[in-house]
Each structure stands twice: as structure tokens, then as C-alpha cells.
Design a protein around this ligand. Structure first.
Ligand code: ME8
Length: 479
């Protein structure tokens, strides 16, 4: 085994700018990337944008912009949002890049060589919101897409088909042999029953479209956006050889696109004779104040508006602490503000400020000496590790916050600020500083900015531990 860890987020559509739902999946991937990096792994963390979609064409037209200029502008907005949120991605891919088109063509030829692509007349309802065909029985009684509330396009054309049905049994065998392939487990069960019900071949190209990657040797056809988008994961690692050496370990996705990642993508890889990814990790969906995130409703929240008020770490903390990973959840700024004030301003921020301010007054503090502290730190480290590994981010954070409460209680019980005896005070503060340092260390993947500030305030000098006070990490916020 090499020492590499390869994790991806979905590549998002550029028909609009990022909202908080996109930030959620991206932050989850970032926590895992930082966590594995902290274990000494060589991390590849890729993000990007999915540009070759019909909805890109529609969005540019609606705004009266030339399509390339539009996608350039949007790609920049997406990337700079991740930059401002401090995400530690190592590659940002745009599907309009030449490096990608070349890999998509290579990949297409492999499917062709396997005899898994054939041309046939197709008729069906294409939903531009889904960028997928919907079955008649999936539409509302008045013929609309139930999710996007729009009338799908009636498409009647010759398409290339991918022989997905051929992979029903190989997929089921693969699932049986890889019981962690989809997490959480309940989502895996949904995927398995979907495949058990039988698979239909999927249309893998569109006729006479001006936008997208042309089918090799058949310029009348453009490769279906999903058949192009999924291949981005191969492009990022330099093409087919790179993927063969180390396929993705984790694809972080939302539950809406799990089938593409857990059914179609593995089948495509099997057809191409390539190794399969380690895991598809599916997040739930969240609403805002109980309502689906939607531009029409006007409840779209820009993550940067929130971080301007609360900071990057606070957004990370809230999303990971509030919503058990995999479940659907609800976002509300009032809830975020409450948690911010309770757990961050009064919790971590206050604890760090008190301990560091008291310790600063000492020339140096003693070494960790209290076994109860040692036990608490061990418990916290172990639980944070296990829960992160299980993707139970809320429980990992709860375990860290239990250690903060332990420290707070100790301070209050011992009234550390009032201890007169110098040696006793140095000893108490030594235990508290050791605990705070350990909290900062396990928090690094979760709250990187705060973790670094705390760690930087605790120094080892001439064999002694010294501390200095810091600016408030989380100033209280009022409505
Ligand atoms: O599907 N709650 O892109 P997309 C939680 N281009 N997560 C949400 C969310 C919500 N309300 N809304 C969006 C695409 N997401 C394709 C992907 S990958 C090869 C191609 C997140 O812009 C979630 O991760 O529609 C979801 O899967 C993704 O955004 C969909 O982003």
C-alpha cells in the first residue's frame, strides 16, 4: 500500500454560485483530507466544476453572456469561494480543460472496445435540472419533474447507449465483497435494492449539441454530461495510469447523486477494466428554516455571508456538529448563532482565553501531572479518532467538547485564578495547558484556524512550557 489518500467532492454545476449545501459536502471532504494529512498521508483532495451541461448553456443565455466568458467567470467564483473558506484542496478541475477532454476520449474508447457502447434511437423526457432522463412514471400528473417543477424536454434522437444492465450481477458481487463501499449503511441498502430490481442501459450521448465533448469519430454526437463529469476523478490524477496506480479512496457526494457514483460509475470502471474507488460517502440534504434550498423561494444562503459574520471555523463547527452525517438536516441562522455563542464563544473560546491568560502570568507552567487529566485526554483522543473514522463528525466534536467541559469544571472547582501557592498554581495550570494543547491538536482537521492560534500560544522553550494570551477566538454575536 502506498501512503496516498485521494478524496474528491462532487464537481458542481456552474449555473449558479455556491450555496451552503455545496459548502457542506466540501467541508466534510476537507475535514477528512486534513485528518488523513495529519496522519502523515500524502493527500490528493480534488474539487472542481462541471461545465459541459445543458444548464450551463441555459444560464449563460439567460444572462446574455457568451458561454466561455460565462464559465470562466463562474469557475472563478466557485474556486475563490473555496479559497476564502480555507479549503485545503490540491486540485481544481474544470471539465472544459483540454486535459479532461483527452482523458474522456481515452475512457470512451475503452467502453467502446469492451463492446459496451451501441447506438440506438432514444425517446424520453430529459430534465435539465437533473441533467438526466426521467421515466414517464416519475413525472407529476401534469407531466412536470417533481423536483424541479419544470416540464422536461421531449427528446427523440439517436444516442449512444452504455450497457449498464450487463453489470447488474458484477455490481452486486462487488457490493457483497466490499461492505463499506457506500456509507452510511442505510444508503448502501438503498443502492443494493435499486440494483437488485434490475438495471436499464443508459443514454450516454446527445445529438447535435454545440456544447460538450464530442464523441470520438462521431462529431454529430456529444458525450452525455455525466459520462464526462465522472471521469474528472481520473483526469485529476493525470489520466488512466494515475487512476490505475491509486483510484479515489473516497468520493464525497450528496444523496441526490449517489446512484451515479455507486452504480453507473463503478459499472463504467468495470467496463473500462479499471480499479474501483474505495468508497462513496453520501451526505443527506438540508433545508433552510425547514424549506428546501431554492432560488425561487429566495432562501439561498451564500456561505461567505455567514463566514463574514462568524468566521470559517464557526461555519464548519455548526454544520458538522448540528447535522449527524448522512441524515437530512435543517439550517437556520438562529440555531447557528445559539451554538456559536454557547459552544464556541462560551465554550472553547472562553476556556482557551482563561487558561492562556492565567498561564501567561507564570514564568512557565509545570508538566502534566494529574492522572485524571491524562485519562480525559486519552479518552478524547481515542473517541475523536474513532468517530471521525466512522464519519460521525458530530460525535467526534461532542467528545472534544466533553474534554473542554472537564477543563472548565476543574478550573471552577479549584478556583485556579485564586490559588496563592505558586507551585500549586503552576501545577494546576500545567494540567490545564496540557489539556488545551491536546484539544487544539485533535481539533486541527475540524477547526484549523482556531487550532493553530491555540497551538501557537503554547511554546516549549528551554525545556519549559510557556503560554501567552490570544485575541478572543469567537467574539459573542448578537442577533
Ligand atoms: O450534481 N444539502 O452538481 P450540483 C446538502 N455536477 N448538500 C447539497 C444541497 C443541500 N440542500 N444542495 C446541493 C451535480 N448539495 C453534478 C455533480 S460529480 C461527478 C457531478 C451538494 O451542483 C451535494 O453534495 O447539482 C450534492 O450532491 C451536490 O451539491 C450537487 O451539486
Amino acid at each position: 500500500m502506498d501512503n496516498k489518500f485521494y478524496i474528491t467532492t462532487p464537481i458542481y454545476y456552474v449555473n449558479d454560485k455556491p450555496h451552503i449545501g455545496h459548502a457542506y459536502s466540501s467541508i466534510v471532504a476537507d475535514v477528512l483530507a486534513r485528518w488523513r494529512f495529519g496522519q502523515g498521508e500524502d493527500v490528493v483532495f480534488s474539487m472542481g466544476v462541471d461545465e459541459n451541461a445543458q444548464k450551463t448553456v441555459d444560464a449563460a443565455a439567460k444572462r446574455g453572456e457568451e458561454i466561455r466568458a460565462y464559465t470562466d467567470r463562474m469557475a472563478e467564483i466557485w474556486q475563490s469561494t473555496w479559497e476564502k473558506l480555507g479549503l485545503s484542496y490540491t486540485d481544481f478541475i474544470r471539465t472544459t480543460e483540454e486535459r479532461h477532454a483527452a482523458v474522456v476520449v481515452d475512457f470512451w474508447r475503452r467502453l467502446e472496445a469492451a463492446g459496451d457502447l451501441y447506438k440506438e434511437k432514444y425517446e424520453g423526457w430529459y430534465c435539465r435540472g437533473h441533467e438526466a432522463f426521467l421515466n414517464e412514471d416519475e413525472l407529476t400528473p401534469d407531466g412536470l419533474c417533481p423536483e424541479h417543477k419544470t416540464k422536461p424536454d421531449w427528446v427523440s434522437e439517436e444516442n449512444y447507449y452504455f450497457a449498464l444492465s450487463k453489470y447488474q450481477q458484477p455490481l452486486l458481487d462487488f457490493y457483497a465483497a466490499h461492505e463499506d463501499f457506500v456509507a452510511p449503511a442505510n444508503r448502501f441498502n438503498e443502492v443494493k435494492s435499486f440494483v437488485e430490481r434490475g438495471l436499464e442501459d443508459v443514454s450516454f450521448s446527445r445529438e447535435k449539441k454545440a456544447w460538450g465533448i464530442p464523441v470520438p469519430d462521431d462529431p454529430e454526437q456529444v458525450i452525455y454530461v455525466w459520462a464526462d463529469a465522472l471521469v474528472n476523478y481520473i483526469t485529476v490524477v493525470g489520466g488512466i495510469e494515475g487512476w490505475e496506480q491509486h483510484p479515489a479512496d473516497i468520493h464525497v457526494v450528496g444523496k441526490d447523486i449517489l446512484r451515479f457514483h455507486a452504480v453507473i460509475w463503478p459499472a463504467m470502471l468495470m467496463s473500462a477494466g479499471l480499479p474501483l474507488p474505495g468508497q462513496a460517502l453520501a451526505s443527506g440534504f438540508f433545508t433552510i428554516d425547514g424549506v428546501k434550498i431554492s432560488k425561487t423561494i429566495g432562501n439561498v444562503i451564500d456561505p461567505l455571508d455567514l463566514t463574514a459574520r462568524y468566521g470559517n471555523d464557526a461555519l464548519r463547527y455548526f454544520l458538522l456538529r448540528e447535522i449527524p452525517f448522512g441524515e437530512d438536516g435543517d439550517f437556520s441562522e438562529a440555531k447557528m448563532r445559539d451554538r456559536y455563542n454557547a459552544d464556541l464563544a462560551n465554550g472553547l473560546g472562553n476556556f482557551a482565553a482563561r487558561v492562556l491568560a492565567l498561564a501567561e502570568k507564570e514564568e512557565s507552567v509545570a508538566e502534566l501531572s494529574d492522572p485524571a487529566f491524562q485519562l480525559e485526554m486519552d479518552r478524547m483522543r481515542q473517541l475523536a479518532f474513532l468517530r471521525t473514522k466512522e464519519f460521525k463528525f458530530n460525535e467526534a466534536l461532542a467528545a472534544i467538547w466533553a474534554a473542554i467541559s472537564f477543563g472548565d469544571r476543574y478550573m471552577n472547582n479549584e478556583a485556579v485564578w485564586a490559588i496563592q501557592d505558586g507551585e500549586d498554581r503552576r501545577e494546576n495550570l500545567g494540567n490545564l495547558i496540557a489539556l488545551l494543547g491536546a484539544v487544539a491538536e485533535v481539533l486541527l482537521p475540524y477547526l484549523p484556524d482556531s487550532s493553530r492560534k491555540i497551538s501557537a500560544a503554547i511554546r516549549r522553550e528551554d525545556g519549559a512550557t510557556r503560554a501567552s494570551r490570544i485575541e478572543p477566538l469567537f467574539p459573542r454575536v448578537t442577533a
